[in-house]
Design a protein around this ligand. Structure first.
Ligand code: AMP
Ligand code: MG
Length: 487
């Protein structure tokens, strides 16, 4: 069924990983399988049944060609360096080469301990597995670069956390699992040769043309920084808070990685934090660009030996690339916000308009997601939705008047603008007050509400009658939402 796997990391990075095995689940049962993703990967599923999926995507049976390994990495966790982390609850089965030639890691998450488990059980509870599945697929549907979810399988075993949970395994698909922390591990424990080796492998895997640059490692730093700037702007444009932007959770590919305590913001507040362990708000919504800058500085440090080995002069160029990050991020952010607000690229200077918007949204506790959809409706002549979002109907009238002026000065028809806005502003996101009860129901044996919600967020831009409740923010008087690590 699963086409033969390739193992380029295994073959090219000899000795720099640990062979590992999956724990055999007692009674694997398929919860969900992503047929559309399977098709994109070229997996032939025509003759496979749920039982076969359950066996393969729980680790009970290894797919053909698999050389299962766990990868070591290091990482700055909340600013403190941990030299020895790694796949403690994940197993890389191998790589699949899709019909278009793209290469993807196939990884099991929650399939038991590995040499990097550091005393952990290597397992995952069903709730967090289904949470990652739904949120990552929602992100993909919104066009945000992300790892994907191919399957979730209940193991039939119990996972002990603060209470007992049913266990599950997630099959994660990523263009690679090379993290900033992977580079940090190589830089901290080995010499320049190993950093060069990892860098060359990464370039071969993701951007082979960069091998022709005068200094390929410097060119890769530039590329990775560009992708991170784009990614964080994308996150913030949909109100996403990653929650644990440690360097070990940053994929150099520019894909969103490690859905732990992440969540989406309802009512706008720049200092929003959901993670129970982020007590100082290091990873708050509005701090994400600064943290990305900091993480990229750590990446540059780890790469520096490789950059220096080609040309010592390029160390200065690397520093300049890191220093330029705030400006580069702002350019991505400005262009994303223009799209969200229906403003033309290169139109009248709209920076103050955008900056002032966030102060307004915060002051009036406006639901971030609904706001942009309501603005598009206003362009169509329906102002009711916007009024409903505000504490008083004209609370944002002066700002809205300014926005109209920008719209009119662009000279494009309001209806065409509204359609363009609908294509970038999601209507349905994984809202906290909907996902939590769905996960609880799933752990208690009823996966129906979760499936229903998944279908909703898989088409985030298309308004459908009957789904109104999925587009609404949670109750305003609810206790602050808290998320936890531990997929
Ligand atoms: P994360 O919270 O996903 O960023 O994980 C941080 C580190 O803890 C990674 O090295 C994980 O592999 C490890 N880890 C987290 N949970 C477990 C677990 N249940 N068993 C073993 N290792 C774990
Ligand atoms: Mg992690």
């Amino acid at each position: 069924m699963v086409s033969t796997l390739d193992n380029s990391f295994y073959d090219r990075m000899e000795g720099l990983f640990a062979p590992a095995e999956a724990m055999k689940p007692s009674a694997p049962r398929l919860l969900v399988f992503n047929r559309r993703l399977a098709h994109r990967l070229g997996i032939d599923v025509t003759h496979a049944g749920d039982d076969e999926f359950a066996r393969i995507f729980s680790g009970q049976e290894m797919p053909e060609g698999s050389g299962p390994i766990a990868l070591p990495y290091a990482g700055h966790q909340f600013g403190h360096f941990s030299p020895q982390l790694g796949d403690g609850r994940a197993l890389l089965l191998g790589e699949i080469i899709a019909p278009d030639g793209a290469r993807f890691d196939i990884q099991l998450k929650g399939s038991g301990p590995t040499p990097f488990s550091r005393g952990g059980d290597g397992k995952a509870a069903m709730g967090p597995v289904l949470r990652e599945y739904l949120v990552s697929e929602a992100m993909a549907a919104m066009g945000v670069p992300t790892t994907r979810s191919l399957a979730a399988v209940a193991t039939g075993d119990v996972v002990q956390r603060e209470r007992a949970h049913p266990g599950a395994v997630l099959t994660r698909v990523a263009s690679s699992h090379i993290r900033v922390g992977t580079f940090q591990f190589f830089a901290a424990h080995f010499g320049v040769d190993h950093v060069v080796k990892l860098s060359n492998y990464t370039i071969w895997r993701h951007w082979p043309k960069l091998a022709e640059a005068p200094n390929p490692h410097l060119a890769m730093l530039d590329r990775v920084i560009g992708l991170q700037c784009e990614l964080i702007a994308h996150w913030m444009g949909v109100g996403f808070i990653h929650g644990v932007m440690n360097t070990d959770n940053v994929a150099v590919s520019g894909e969103t990685l490690d859905y732990g305590p992440c969540a989406f913001m309802d009512r706008f507040a720049a200092n929003t934090v959901f993670s129970s362990i982020d007590t100082h708000g290091r990873y708050a919504y509005g701090r994400q660009p600064q943290i990305m800058h900091w993480n990229m500085a750590r990446f540059a440090e780890a790469l520096l030996p490789a950059i220096h080995s080609v040309s010592p002069d390029d160390v200065e160029a690397a520093k300049a690339l890191v220093d330029a990050i705030p400006g580069r991020f702002r350019a991505h952010w400005a262009s994303r916000m223009r799209a969200k607000l229906g403003l033309a690229e290169g139109g009248a200077d709209d920076r103050a308009l955008v900056d002032d918007l966030f102060a307004e949204l915060e002051m009036h506790s406006v639901d971030f997601t609904s706001f942009f959809c309501a603005l598009a409706m206003l362009l169509r002549g329906d102002g009711a939705r916007l009024e409903q979002l505000l504490p008083t109907p004209d609370a944002m009238a002066p700002w809205v008047a300014r926005w109209w002026e920008h719209i009119e000065s662009d000279g494009v028809s309001p209806l065409a603008r509204a359609d363009a806005m609908d294509a970038v502003n999601p209507l349905y996101i994984p809202r906290n007050h909907i996902i939590e009860p769905a996960l609880e129901a799933a752990e208690a044996g009823d996966i129906g509400p979760w499936r229903e919600f998944l279908a909703v967020v898989q088409q985030p831009f298309v308004e459908r009658p009957g789904l109104e409740r999925f587009a609404e923010p949670g109750p305003i008087d609810a206790a602050p939402y808290r998320t936890f690590c531990g997929t």
